[in-house]
Design a protein around this ligand. Structure first.
Ligand code: ADP
Length: 499
């Protein structure tokens, strides 16, 4: 029988999912399972690597069983994963020596402070494209080697290996035969030289991480290996691997320089393809590797909004103003403007381009006429303003205007928010029919490696529009809105300064 499906394994922070895609990008089957979040201490976040594996394998077999698919029906597997999360395991027994330290975990903040004091900040920035932070894998891996008895010695003897979640899943799927990752995941470890495409010895030495622990690195679309027959009743090629945000950039077909996407989830993640340019942001954005099918990689600029959809969750759970996220749209549309009310939801500090970790949220511009509707509308608008700030930083770094933005994620279903985004950025906002662009990106990478798709052009022809939102306000209105937002941000920054 002709093979006809691609399997995307989407290993996220709170759940493992599997989607089986048809060639045209339609979903044939889907299964999802949440797994345990472990919080050993305040600020510590861990996952059990064996639970990550078992949940991922079980959703894969479930998705297949739902439509009675066999290994022979699957052309190739694509993996996309929560990035930066760090696992160390024994090469012989396959046993993890510690839980996975999750990207959100800030236990190594002091190691990063020390690294910057030691004068490595600029070096890390130039080599890895990242701003030194405990989010990335480097200090997490060093923490495990520092805290687990005998770990560093064993690692030096070649008995322990490291991987991000993609590496761990491939190692399990191939029964320990293959220890590998892709450029996108490597570029989030803070150990990888994104220009020379190799692990960086100076940073490895700084953290005393033996090079022999690290996986081989390949393009995101590549024949990484074959799964062991035991799992799916026959071997299947693993042909795609990419970190979640890069997979979504690929799934949105942002293949050209200047193409941008924004994923509106709990936070907002914006990535812009910058082609062969390794742009050093002047506004504190990160430089990273985009998913592709060759060693001649494309790069991307990345910026995020810490509180995106989370602001709407706050309206629901904290303020109890709405029953569900979708209701925010009804309230927002019940008034014709927010009447000068601005909500700045910097609950956990401010990210790009302001960077102030002491900032708190504020509400300004209240009058006696302010109603719940205005408050909700202003909160939704804040998601668009914050994204606008990041997009604006990207425009300045690239030296060109952004004329359109591809969108996905839960909150991108809010038409009011998308229209407002288009209005403030004065550019088209384009929502694709497929809402699962992250998994789709992994599937596309896998399909390309297996020859199921001939070229990226074929993928572009698969892409289907759901809605296009076009700017609908006059320049003066737009400028006034933005001016108000900037003033609100300035007020929040002043508030952060005061004792
Ligand atoms: P994540 O992958 O980060 O969990 P999702 O892509 O599932 O996020 O999106 C969920 C987030 O989007 C939540 O924070 C929720 O408040 C927000 N959200 C979902 N639907 C809407 C909507 N219609 N309007 C505004 N926000 C929404």
């Amino acid at each position: 029988m002709e093979k006809k499906l691609i399997m995307a394994l989407d290993q996220g922070t709170t759940s493992s999912r599997c989607i089986l895609f048809k060639k045209n990008g339609e979903i044939a089957s889907i299964a999802q399972r949440e797994f345990t979040q472990i919080y050993p201490k305040p600020g510590y976040v861990e996952h059990d690597p064996l639970e990550i594996w078992s949940s991922q394998l079980s959703v894969a077999t479930e998705a297949m069983a739902k439509i009675n698919a066999k290994a022979e029906d699957i052309v190739s597997i694509g993996i996309t994963n929560q990035r930066e999360t760090t696992i160390v395991w024994d090469k012989e027994t396959g046993e993890p020596i510690y839980n996975a330290i999750v990207w959100q975990c800030h236990r190594t903040a002091d190691m990063i402070e020390k690294m910057v004091e030691d004068g490595l900040g600029e070096y890390v920035r130039n080599t890895t494209g990242l701003i030194p932070d405990a989010y990335f894998s480097a200090s997490k891996l060093a923490w495990i080697l520092n805290h687990i008895k005998g770990a560093r010695e064993k690692a030096k003897e070649g008995k322990l290996i490291f991987g991000t979640v993609d590496t761990w899943l491939i190692w399990k799927l191939t029964k320990g035969r293959i220890h590998t990752t892709d450029y996108t995941n490597a570029s989030r470890t803070m150990l990888f030289d994104i220009k020379n495409l190799d692990w960086d010895q100076k940073i490895l030495d700084y953290f005393d991480i033996p090079r022999c622990m690290l996986p081989e690195v390949h393009p995101s679309s590549y024949k990484f290996g074959e799964t062991d027959s035991q799992f799916f009743g026959g071997p299947v090629i693993i042909g795609g691997v990419a970190g979640d945000q890069q997979a979504s950039l690929f799934g949105q077909c942002c293949f050209n320089e200047g193409d941008v996407k924004n994923t509106y989830g709990t936070g907002c993640f914006l990535l812009m393809n910058t082609g062969k340019n390794i742009l050093q942001s002047k506004k504190g954005l990160l430089t990273t590797i985009a998913a592709g099918d060759s060693d001649d990689v494309d790069y991307a600029l990345e910026g995020s909004v810490f509180v995106g959809g989370a602001a709407i969750q706050w309206l629901r759970d904290g303020m109890r103003m709405i029953k569900n996220a979708a209701q925010s749209e009804e309230y927002a549309c019940a008034v014709s403007s927010s009447e000068g009310v601005y909500v700045v939801p910097s609950f956990t500090g401010m990210g790009a381009p302001y960077w102030n970790q002491h900032a708190k949220g504020i509400v300004v511009g209240l009058t006696r006429g302010c109603s719940k509707e205005h408050f909700i509308r202003a909160t939704l608008e804040s998601v668009a303003y914050q994204s606008y700030d990041v997009l604006n930083a990207m425009e300045l770094d690239l030296g060109k205007d952004i004329t359109s933005l591809k969108v996905d994620g839960g909150a991108s279903n809010n038409d009011f928010l998308m229209q407002f985004q288009s209005d403030v950025m004065d550019a088209d906002v384009i929502r694709s029919k497929c809402s699962e662009t992250t998994a789709l990106g992994a599937a596309y990478l896998a399909g390309l490696a297996a020859g199921f798709y001939e070229s990226k052009e074929e993928l572009i022809s698969n892409w289907e529009l759901s809605n296009r939102f076009q700017p609908s306000v006059k320049k003066e209105v737009r400028e006034k809105l933005i001016k108000g937002w900037k003033k609100a941000v300035k007020t929040a920054l002043v508030w952060a300064e005061e004792e």
